[in-house]
Design a binder for this molecule. Structure first.
Ligand code: PLP
Length: 383
């Protein structure tokens, strides 16, 4: 049996071995749609690239290893991965989801799957009791995102799992914000872990890709069927880029977290800032849970200016030079976003303000540049 690798080794070697054809150390980019067969059905395991492609297989094995799961699946985007998970269910099924949710997931649930007869409930999962009150015999899935976006609330994965297991309800975790470097939901008992690999996994803002990892054979067969039948697969080039990104996940995440910690502290001591949302603060309401289920506190920070005005928030965003105003997160470069008008624009104003996404909220994705440059940039913008 192959020796099980520790995390920092598995990101580099997980699922990969020198290429059988020429010994290429890096997985080749098999840019092909089809594969020669000796006789009908007599092939080397690959017949058509929607079903399988060797570059994608290498990525899928790597994804499974770094999430400590048995089966990995790559999709053409994070949302198409969520779409595939939703197709495990049928009309009438009920799904309980975090209320403070990635805007695109909310849109997919509410504007697409609701129409097909699915019933969604959106609740504040910081208090796990809120979930229990909504359970019926039709509840099939609990959808967790932690830390949440953009309020950085933390949900206690283990507590949700314990309750769900007793009732045979599946638990899925969108692990995009943490990456498996910080948090491995399958080890906490979740059934499904999902990623927008567009973010930290690929890490360089140059690819759109989604991932799912599970342990259960039956679940994996259903997902493989959906992946092939619906066909939202990534190409070999994007699979390769994601594999390349994963090889430095551990060193990037260390620096992301280091920089974020210093910036969160800088912001919270700044007189122009009213409130900073980052789970690493002892005063954060879910700090203890974050400490117990995450290795560090991540590199996403949200804040509001002292005067709570949209105008001030906009001014700060405009004055920043290194932090680029853009959608997305998790790349090596620092980005700034305005959730109310960008990532969360698809959520009605009243709904988003209930969870705290007010017009003056600003979100940072802290990159891995020199900390001093980042702090100086923020300082001049706040002045
Ligand atoms: C970006 C994102 C998604 C969607 O992923 P895409 O790759 O953009 O389709 C889902 N969940 C979270 C938390 C995200 O940040």
């Amino acid at each position: 049996m192959k020796k099980k690798l520790r995390f920092n080794s598995s990101v580099i070697h997980g699922g990969q071995s020198p290429d059988l054809a020429y010994g290429a150390v890096m997985p080749p980019i098999y840019q092909t749609s089809t594969y020669a067969q000796k006789a009908p059905g007599d092939h080397k395991g690959y017949e058509y690239s929607r079903t399988h492609n060797p570059t994608r297989t290498a990525l899928e094995k790597s994804l499974a290893e770094i999430e400590e799961g048995s089966y990995g699946f790559a999709f053409s985007s994070g949302l198409s991965a969520i779409d595939a998970i939703m197709k495990l269910f049928t009309p009438g099924d009920e799904i309980i989801s975090t209320n403070d949710l990635y805007g695109g997931s909310f849109r997919l649930f509410n504007k697409i799957f609701k129409k097909f007869g699915y019933k969604f409930h959106f609740v504040d999962m910081q208090n796990v009791e809120n979930i229990f009150n909504l359970i019926t015999e039709k509840t099939k899935l609990i959808w967790i995102e932690t830390p949440t976006n953009p309020m950085m609330n933390i949900i206690d994965i283990k507590s949700v799992v314990k309750y769900a297991k007793e009732r045979k309800i599946l638990v899925a975790v969108d692990n995009t914000f943490s990456s498996p470097f910080l948090q491995q939901p399958l080890l906490l008992g979740a059934d499904i872990v999902m990623h927008s690999a567009t973010k930290y996994l690929s890490g360089h803002s140059d690819v759109i890709l989604g991932a799912i990892v599970v342990n259960d054979l039956n679940l994996s067969e259903k997902l493989a069927f959906i992946q092939n039948a619906s066909g939202a697969v990534p190409g070999p080039m994007d699979s390769y880029l994601t594999l390349r990104g994963i090889k430095t996940l551990h060193v990037r995440m260390q620096r992301h977290c280091e920089n974020a910690r210093a910036i969160a502290e800088f912001l919270s001591s700044h007189s122009a800032i009213k409130k900073v949302y980052w789970p690493g603060f002892k005063s954060h309401p879910n700090h203890e849970i974050a400490k117990s289920q995450m290795k560090d506190f991540g590199a996403m920070i949200s804040f509001i200016p002292q005067d709570l005005s949209y105008k001030t928030a906009l001014k700060v965003i405009k004055k920043l030079k290194i932090f680029t105003l853009a959608e997305s997160l998790g790349g090596v470069e620092s980005l700034v976003g305005h959730p109310a008008s960008m990532t969360h624009a698809s959520i009605p104003k009243r709904d988003r303000e209930i969870v705290g996404v007010i017009d003056s909220l600003v979100r940072f994705s802290v990159g891995i540049e020199d900390l001093e440059d980042l702090v100086e940039d923020i300082d001049q913008a706040l002045k």
